[in-house]
Structure formats: C-alpha cells, structure tokens
Ligand binder design. Structure first.
Ligand SMILES: [Cu+2]
Length: 371
C-alpha cells in the first residue's frame, strides 16, 4: 500500500527521474520575460467526453485568444471489460481518455487543474504541446484539496498527448487512465500536401490504453479496495510490459456494437488516435487514410493513401478519410491479437449507397465448378 506520505514525497528510485526533477525549476519573476496577454479575448470551453470533441472552428476567424479549460481529477474504479474487471483508475474529468482540447496555433491555453480533497494522490499535467517546466507538470502539481492554473502558448500545430507526470509515479498514473489529447490547429486550418485546404465533417477521438491488471492465485483479475491497495501488484504487472487489456476509450467494447461511431457516405472524418504509453498502428478495415499526419504535426505534409499508420507511444496521430461505401467498418490496432483478444477495436456504422464500381460480388458462393 502506498501511503499518502510516499505519494506526496515520492518513491523515486531512478536517477533519470531524479534528474528530471532537479531540472524542473519554475522561473522566478526576475528570470521571466514579461508578456502582456491582458488585451487578448478570452473564451471558456466546456470539455466533452470522448469519442466526441467540443465544438470548434477549423479555420480561426479572429486573432489569438486565451482559451480556458477546466480539468478535475477523479480517482475512481472503472469497469474495463465485459467480465466486470474493475481497475482502480485515475482520470481527468472521469473519462479515459481525458477530453480533447482544441485551440489554434498562437492561442494561449489556460488550464485549471482541480484535485478534490477526496482523492488520495497528487496529480499534474504534462502537455506535450507546451514548452518548458516538464510541459507544465512542474507548475501544475496539486495535492488533494488544491488547484492550480497554467497558461502556455500553443506555438506548434498538431495533435499532442497530455498526461499526468507526478514524481516517482509517472507510468502508474498514465496507465491508470491519466492521459488526453490537445489539438492545435493551424490558424488557416488543415492543408494537403500541395497547400490546398482540407476540411472534416466529423471528428472521432480515439484514445488507446494499455492496462495492467493483477491476477489472483486462480488467474482471475483482482479487484482492489482502493487505489493505494492496487499499487504494488499493479506495478509488478507493469514491469512485465505485457498488458492484460489494450482498449479504445477506456473499456473493451467502448466503441463497438451499440456504441459504434456513425458516419455517412461522402463525409470526411478526422480520426485522432492517441496513445500516451505504447506504440500502436491504427487501420481502418475496408478503408484507408486519405491524408495522414502519422506523427500528428500539421506543418508536415500529410502522407497519402495509407493502409496502416504508426502512432508512437507518447504521441497522437491524425488521419482524414472520406467514406465511399456504406457498412460497418472495424477500426483496429493492427496488432490483431491486441485488436481481437485484448480489446483494441472500434466500429463505424456508415450509411449511404453502395458503389458497385468500387466493389461488387461477381458471383456469390456456390459449389466449386468443374473446369
Ligand atoms: Cu495523476
């Protein structure tokens, strides 16, 4: 059991982590370059749970602004498969993945992080989109009962992971659910490889997680009474590097069957796929990536016509696809064992008219003819 004191003051053993911490020095006023953002307009955005994304402009209609977001840490048990396996999860706003934030390049992100006093652990946010102070983690570390507000300038366009990074406990917090995505759009919107504008009709936000659930002496997944109780055994499973679950949006089946995503033939969908901890390889069965920013960074020209794309652990990729045929599509991690056995599958139900030019069954199955 991890005590509150150990959680607060660290169980740091690695030299690398210790080095990280000593470099995490917040600037004193004398060192800081003054900025004046007082005249910028402010916009408060209420975040929505994945796979959906809050309303946003694709092309910015005005100049840079300050965009305010609120994340509240929720430590809570979450059911992660159809057998009722329960993980002592740590989340931002109660969802896995955490909500997507969308801003434009040169906007200022102003995040307030609230850690209610009912929680056990300290938490923070490391924004891969931010510059300095461990991505903001050094300036947002809040104990239970505290809140902090961070402002950073979104200077790089793309899809970026954010995640919790508390001293001595970074991987545990990340694989327990504390990661999300921020999308920084170019002010003029997305462009193809020739600089022509690209637009999406829908955006689907898929967060992939690898979970490490301890088993009991009979091989059954264990439920723990509290987050702290789950720590030691969970860490042992994590150190084996073999996940027990690889899921989209927090749970086996979170995006399949009745929870399938929906689109229409002719619509262009932007798939944003985040994995904060481990490599993955999204693939749309029966479709493609028309334009893919595999690394998620929009000032690089998109790759075209991809069958499968690679999303590095600790990053978020983006893929645009215009659906041309109706049907139920499976969107998978194309490590098919992870897709079919561990959970990394989503469905997209697409309505519309079938195009026989693209595909037709020339003859239905029948007994083998004699030639
Ligand atoms: Cu945390």
């Amino acid at each position: 059991m991890l005590t509150r004191r150990e959680a607060l003051f660290g169980t740091i053993t690695g030299a690398a982590t210790a080095a990280l911490l000593t470099s995490a020095v917040a600037p004193t006023p004398a060192q800081a370059k003054a900025v004046n953002v007082g005249n910028l307009p402010r916009q408060r955005v209420d975040l929505v749970a994945p796979p959906f994304v809050h309303a946003h402009e694709q092309v910015a209609s005005g100049g840079p602004k300050i965009v305010e977001f609120l994340l509240t840490v929720k430590e809570q048990p979450i059911v992660i498969d159809n057998d009722g396996t329960t993980m002592q999860a740590m989340t931002y706003n109660g969802s896995i993945p955490a909500p997507m934030m969308v801003v434009h390049e040169d906007d200022y992100v102003e995040l307030t992080l609230v850690n209610p006093d009912t929680n056990e652990m300290p938490h923070n946010v490391d924004f891969h989109a931010a510059t300095g102070a461990l991505g903001g983690a050094a300036l947002t570390t809040v104990n239970p009962g505290e809140q902090a507000t961070l402002r950073f300038k979104a200077t790089r366009a793309g899809t970026f992971v954010y995640h919790c990074a508390p001293a001595g406990m970074i991987p545990w917090h990340v694989v327990s659910g504390m990661s999300g995505t921020i999308m920084v759009l170019p002010r003029e919107g997305l462009k193809d490889e020739n600089g022509q504008p690209l637009h999406y009709d829908r955006i689907f936000y898929i967060g992939e997680n690898d979970f490490y659930i301890p088993r009991d002496e009979n091989g059954k997944f264990k439920n723990f009474a509290s987050l702290g109780d789950s720590y030691d055994e969970t860490l042992n499973v994590m150190r084996g590097l073999i996940p027990t679950h690889v899921v989209f949006n927090g749970k086996v089946g979170a995006l399949t069957g009745d929870n399938a995503l929906k689109a229409n033939v002719g619509e262009t969908v932007l798939f944003v796929h985040a994995q904060a901890n481990r490599d993955t390889r999204p693939h749309l069965i029966g479709g493609h990536g028309d334009h893919v920013w595999e690394m998620g960074k929009f000032h690089n020209p998109p790759a075209k016509d991809l069958e499968t794309w690679f999303v590095r652990g600790g990053s978020a990729g983006a893929a645009l696809y215009t659906f041309r045929q109706p049907g139920i599509y499976a969107y998978v991690n194309h490590n098919l064992i992870e897709a079919a056995e561990l959970g990394a599958t989503a469905h997209i139900m697409v309505d519309g008219e079938w195009d026989n030019d693209l595909m037709v069954q020339v003859s239905a199955p029948s007994p083998i003819a004699t030639y």
